[in-house]
Design a protein around this ligand. Structure first.
Ligand code: PEP
Ligand code: MG
Length: 833
């Protein structure tokens, strides 16, 4: 196949891509080519081609030439933000154009005012198949002048490909959150099963489908049309597999409103310490700590730019990656679930072929392994930070973490923070997951970071390690001196620097009381649980695995008031069959030693996606198909689950509970199916069927529901979300979505009154059951069962034993009349047992 000549699509000055003030282009993440500083306002076709995509913001066009070369032309930088203003389009997707045909027109003056730059990159995006063998430079060109010449790598067509070298299919992305980290990893996993070169092309970007980082940085959003393209022997099968995977929605079919960037990703502005020495941050992991400030400065790792030979540098990089890989695997083997998941993501990034290829390319240009790795990772970091997407921006930490780990392995430097004095409160601009995993947890009393978000991996780790933590404290944090005394009260979102004697004393007393209370509660964990005036209250623990059931028993829980069965259904391609479910439920029931087990039927949908359930796209997934609505939409799933639950021996140990009920009809439908299954299985004994009160509708009609339900259990997490109309997953609202809001308490009150009319018991299995400030109020409202987190069970039991019901009733009545959750908390604080 002969070479392809591209002519200038635009009158203007030609410059090398390196001079483009945008890392995505300058680092050739999208491909190689040239940049043009325009002197005219019409973009023309640089060769005969087919228009593959026209960006909906009309600022970028991709063409495919007859030999398969893909050429992206992107008018100006960050012009996507103009949303088409000042642009006109002269072609349609799929249209054939001749060299010199008009593609786009644009208003040069408007762009000069509103865009970051007019520089227009013209790049060949499939560099795996083409290389630029000749290009013009640094002079003014007119439309149609020679720009560059391409040649197919290897000079021949790839086996099995079409005459154009590459075949492709347009796919509309139905995934609610677009293609973020998890779908990107699954796409890469599928792509790697094929020998074909496979790429995803979004309008102005392209990445190998085998690279999770590359795919993620395409920032593909819900509703985008992308191209799945491939070349090679099994290209067709590869395209079919990847397209179907994406079109199937990967269980993430419902769109949500794009969230504003909630994580602090900009370097914090320098700020002074406030006069009172109290800094405010966002809760990442609860608790109170007193300690000394230890600044983790994350000293810059210096790398040489020049390499010492390609072979030497490539070997050094490979060896360093291997050291890090082995360390991650070792860490994952001894870690808990949260740690394993985080390290799994790190491994996927580390094994990303695009990162390695990017680094090798730079090594090939004479750079050192460290320089090349830093640049390769840095390009993606920039791209992810620039996307304005909270979840992707939080993954930046993971990439920066890998960058540092590999650089440290290359330089042989030890990780900082390895030897810390006891009682250290770590302060950092940002803390990386590996830094936290690398410290001695016995020495760390807490940590605070200037940047970061509450859903970052490091926040999840802190919670799992029981380390109180605050994030997003701001630039003033960096002014705190090493060794300063600190009080970190994560629950109230404050960090007090150099407290005066009374404040320190008060914190020490509070901490000592907490520790004593904890120790005493632990010692009495297995004692019976009755109030001072002799009322029996059941304190259960929530479970989601056999491990949780064992932890529940160890901590003195009297049963499990909520088994979240989703653990069996998520992160897999097909649902578990009846046998598998029955085995798992039996194992958990047995681990509970015959104590009661309330099994909740499947609660997927909303934020919990199952790949095999093609839930149609929804505007508001939290208000869409989830919980019992999914079970009734796919009744065979419910039937299988009910059969599996009924196989658990002894029969009476398990009760069944239905999530997200909004009306009595739903309970009736589940009851009808339960009766049918019992008939089929020849079971005549009574099996209790309860309802979770999670919607305002269920709470206000609790009297109607309780007439037919055997018990009610309040899911305060969802109930609060729906009563307050605040997304439970939105970190911006995290501080305000408090289940002790009087509106939520009034719903609980109504639930208890409705249930009492039919002599049904009411439990709480949402987060409020684990909140010691809520215990007397819930008891006062009429709740008689609390199902909490296993680790806090002893303290909840101790709290119950310290209460008398009459006083609780009085407190509850006053709580209902407060005007804010803060007022309710203050009231509870002042309440004597
Ligand atoms: C709840 O909503 O309070 C609850 C217990 O269910 P989940 O947190 O699993 O949605
Ligand atoms: Mg819920």
């Amino acid at each position: 196949m002969s070479n392809l000549v591209l002519t200038a699509p635009l009158k203007g000055w030609i410059a090398p891509l390196d001079e483009t003030p945008d890392a995505v282009f300058a680092e050739r993440m999208l491909g190689d080519g040239l940049a043009i500083d325009p002197l005219d306002s019409t973009l023309h076709a640089p060769c005969d081609a087919v228009v593959t995509t026209v960006h909906r913001a009309r600022h970028a066009v991709t063409l495919r030439a007859a030999n398969g070369a893909e050429i992206l032309m992107h008018v100006g930088l960050e012009t996507v933000a103009l949303n088409g203003e000042g642009f006109s389009v002269f072609v349609k997707e799929g249209q054939t154009v001749k060299a010199g045909d008009r593609l786009l027109g644009f208003d040069l003056d408007l762009l000069a005012q509103k865009a970051r730059s007019l520089i227009t990159p013209v790049v060949v995006t499939n560099l795996d198949a083409f290389e630029i063998i000749r290009r013009d430079q640094d002079r003014e060109l007119g439309v149609g002048d020679f720009l560059m010449e391409l040649s197919r790598i290897g000079g021949a067509e790839m086996a099995g490909s079409t005459a154009e070298g590459e075949i492709g299919r347009a796919v509309v992305v139905p995934l609610a959150h677009g293609i973020h980290a998890r779908p990107a990893a699954r796409i890469a996993e599928t792509a790697r099963k094929f020998v074909a070169e496979i790429a995803l092309a979004a309008v102005n970007r392209r990445a190998s489908a085998k690279s999770p980082v590359g795919v993620m940085s395409l920032a593909i959003r819900h509703g985008d049309t992308i191209q799945v393209v491939a070349s090679g022997v099994d290209a067709e099968a590869a395209i079919a597999a990847i397209s179907e995977l994406i079109e199937g929605g990967m269980g993430e079919g419902a769109p949500v409103a794009v969230q504003a960037l909630a994580v602090t990703v900009e370097p914090p502005a320098p700020a002074e310490l406030p006069r009172d020495g109290v800094l405010k941050g966002v809760l990442a992991a609860p608790g109170l700590a007193i300690g000394k400030a230890v600044r983790l400065a994350s000293a810059d790792i210096v790398v040489r730019e020049e390499g010492q030979g390609v072979a030497h540098e490539e070997a050094a990089l490979l060896a360093a990656i291997e050291i890090v890989r082995q360390r991650i695997e070792r860490n994952a083997a001894k870690g808990d679930k949260a740690r394993k998941a985080i390290l799994g993501a790190h491994l996927a990034f580390l094994e990303d072929p695009e990162l390695a290829a990017g680094a090798r390319r730079l090594i090939g240009e004479g750079k050192s392994a460290g320089f090349a790795w830093r640049k390769a990772v840095g390009g993606y970091v920039e791209a992810l930070r620039g996307l304005g997407d909270r979840r992707l921006a939080e993954r930046v930490d993971d990439l920066v973490d890998l960058e540092r780990q590999v650089l440290r392995a290359l330089t042989g430097e030890e990780d900082e923070g390895a030897a810390l004095p006891p009682g250290s409160i770590l302060l950092a601009d940002e803390l990386l997951p590996s830094q936290l995993m690398g410290v001695d947890p016995a020495a760390v009393a807490g940590f605070a970071t200037a940047r970061g978000g509450p859903t970052s991996h490091v926040a999840i780790l802190a919670a799992a390690m029981g380390i109180p933590a605050l994030v997003a404290v701001g630039g003033a944090l960096l002014k705190v001196k090493d060794g300063a005394t600190l009080i970190l009260d994560a629950d109230s979102g404050t960090l007090r620097v150099a407290p005066d004697a009374p404040a320190l004393e008060a914190a020490q007393t509070a901490l000592a009381q907490r520790q004593q209370r904890k120790a005493a509660a632990q010692a009495a964990a297995h004692d019976p649980c009755v109030t001072k005036d002799g009322v029996r209250i059941e304190v259960f623990a929530n479970t989601g695995s056999i491990g949780d059931a064992l932890a529940a028993v160890t901590n003195g829980a009297e049963g499990s008031g909520l088994l979240r069965t989703e653990f069996l259904f998520l992160d897999r391609e097909t649902p578990p069959d009846e046998d598998e479910q029955a085995r798992q439920y039996q194992a958990i029931a047995s681990a509970l030693d015959g104590k009661p087990l309330i099994i909740r039927t499947l609660d997927v949908g909303g934020d919990k996606a199952a790949p095999y359930l093609p839930i149609p796209a929804e505007e508001n997934p939290a208000l869409g198909l989830r919980g019992v609505r999914v079970s009734l939409w796919r009744p065979h799933l419910l039937k299988t689950q009910l059969r599996a639950i009924l196989r658990v021996k002894p029969l009476g140990q398990c009760k069944i509970m239905v999530p997200m009920v909004a009306s009595l009809d739903e309970l009736r439908a589940v009851r009808a199916m339960l009766e049918e299954v019992k008939r089929e299985m020849g079971i005549v004994e009574r099996v209790e069927l309860g309802v979770m009160i999670e919607t305002p509708a269920a709470a206000v009609t609790a009297d109607l529901i309780a007439a037919e339900a055997d018990f009610l259990s309040i899911g305060t997490n969802d109930l609060t979300q729906y009563v307050l109309a605040m997304d439970r997953g939105n970190p911006e609202l995290a501080a305000r979505i408090d289940a002790l809001h009087p509106a939520v308490l009034r719903m609980i009150d109504q639930t208890c009154k409705g249930a009492a009319r039919h002599h049904r018991w009411v439990g709480v299995c949402g987060g409020l059951a684990s909140d010691l400030a809520a215990t007397p109020i819930l008891l006062g409202l009429g709740v008689t069962e609390l199902s909490c987190t296993a680790s806090i069970t002893p303290e909840v039991k101790a709290r119950v034993r310290s209460l008398s019901l009459d006083a609780c009733r009085d407190l509850a009545a006053r709580a209902l009349d407060q005007t804010s959750p803060e007022a309710v908390r203050a009231l509870s604080k002042s309440f004597g047992a």
